[in-house]
Design a protein around this ligand. Structure first.
Ligand SMILES: Nc1ncnc2c1ncn2[C@@H]1O[C@H](COP(=O)(O)OP(=O)(O)OP(=O)(O)O)[C@@H](O)[C@H]1O
Ligand SMILES: [Mg+2]
Length: 399
């Protein structure tokens, strides 16, 4: 389901702060630039994860496997093993420096990066461990993994993700475009507070061509059409993905579902049909019992507004949040045709190409959603890749 990655700069051009790397265990770095960013030794992470024992594996994504671990001081962490060819990664010093800079980006709705480890060609990222896994697993996953989410929880998660994204887009300087907002990248802590994960990781990879060029990266279904079709990346691409996520949270359906009887269902398409038939309420997850109907419809409308086909018609993230909190009345805004996934699948996405830079495990995530079972989307022998498209990040405007 996931397009292959080639990482480059998803930030506006910036100079990372210099960070001295120490090989000693648990060494904090960064002085004023980073609070408590640690460079762990491989031995420490090995002990923490019981030698990366399979029973500690909590997930697998496009970068590699993620393990639960316990540090010597008792802190539980998630260790992401980057299964990426060394040539595509930044050098050791730069790698640590970029990560250290990311540690400065703090918000209650962003996962905290604790540190990293560099051991020869191997790289590891150490994050706060999130007890309730990802939305992909707990809300949209297989029935046995699903949790009950009431209206309050869904409202809190939607708002939290919106605020985290608005922070990345509008408060962090230079701003960050996430590029891969999806249910698997929304982690939930013990109180079901949402934490956006994997922001800024593209900074860790070398782009041999230019620091302003990049390639299409992201997950099919969440990709804004203009980004998937032409590679034009703007903050509005993230807004599109957020809209899809919002529709998923309120409906309890994955962006693409497939069953033998009905074939593929595209959530965005379904939401648009129901909106035009004035039946949006029927899209709300039937497992929700007592919920404020008007507010649920309002959230679905904001979702639809975020997935407008024309990127300029999508709100900025801060405006989307205000629509969720009623500071802006979504009913005052005209909703027109959304960008549809079915249009996207018409694109020639069959050009499969194994990026040398990243392991091709992208489609084998344990948090795989039902959409991944769609043979027309996954191809016959591996993850779907899209031909790379170059574009200029500098031309990004926030319309
Ligand atoms: N900090 C964390 N705490 C708890 N679980 C985590 C944490 N980070 C990742 N996970 C789990 O590991 C899974 C894999 O994460 P990973 O980021 O490697 O892949 P992904 O999100 O599925 O896809 P992508 O590679 O596009 O991000 C997540 O879906 C989640 O279930
Ligand atoms: Mg992830």
């Amino acid at each position: 389901m996931k397009f292959s990655f080639s990482f480059s700069n998803c930030f506006s051009p910036s100079s990372p702060p210099e960070v001295d790397r120490s090989s000693s265990s648990g060494q904090e770095t960064g002085g004023n630039t980073s609070e408590k960013f640690q460079v762990f030794s491989y031995k420490e992470l090995k002990i923490a994860t019981d030698s990366f024992h399979p029973s500690n594996k909590i997930g697998e994504g496009g970068f590699g496997s993620v393990y639960k671990g316990q540090l010597r001081d008792g802190t539980t962490v998630a260790v992401k093993v980057l299964s990426v060819e060394i040539e595509s990664m930044r050098g050791e010093r730069e790698f640590v420096s970029e990560l250290s800079a990311l540690t400065d980006i703090k918000h209650e709705n962003l996962v905290t990066l604790q540190g990293c480890c560099v051991e020869g060609a191997s790289r590891f990222l150490v994050y706060d461990y999130m007890e309730n896994n990802s939305l992909a697993q707990t809300l949209l996953g297989a029935k046995q993994n699903r949790m009950e989410f009431g209206w309050e929880a869904r409202r809190g998660i939607s708002l939290g993700v919106g605020r985290g994204l608005a922070y990345l887009h509008e408060e962090v300087q230079p701003h960050i475009i996430h590029r891969d907002i999806k249910a698997a990248n929304i982690l939930l802590d013990q109180n079901l507070a949402p934490k956006i994960s994997d922001f800024g990781l593209s900074k860790l990879f070398v782009d041999s061509r230019s620091h302003i060029s990049t390639r299409v990266a992201g997950t099919l279904g969440y990709l804004a059409p203009e980004y998937a079709l032409s590679g034009r990346l703007t903050r509005k691409s993230d807004v599109y993905s957020f809209g899809v996520l919002l529709l998923e949270i309120i409906s309890g359906h994955s962006v693409v579902e497939y069953d033998l009887e009905h074939g593929e269902h595209y959530l965005v398409e379904k939401a648009w049909e129901m909106y035009t038939d004035n039946k949006l309420l029927q899209l709300v997850d039937p497992t929700l019992k007592d919920f404020p109907e008007e507010e649920a419809i309002q959230f679905l409308k904001v979702g639809l507004l975020c997935v407008q086909e024309i990127s300029g018609l999508r709100p900025r993230m801060s405006a989307a949040v205000k629509m969720l909190t009623n500071e802006i009345n979504v009913n005052d805004v005209h909703i027109s045709q959304p960008g549809l996934l079915s249009d996207l699948t018409a694109v020639k996405i069959g050009h499969r190409r194994s990026f040398p830079t990243i392991s091709s495990k992208a489609s084998t995530s344990t948090s795989t959603q039902s959409a991944n079972t769609n043979p027309s989307l996954t191809g016959s022998s591996g993850p779907l890749n899209m031909d790379a498209v170059l574009f200029d990040v500098k031309s990004e405007s926030h319309r």
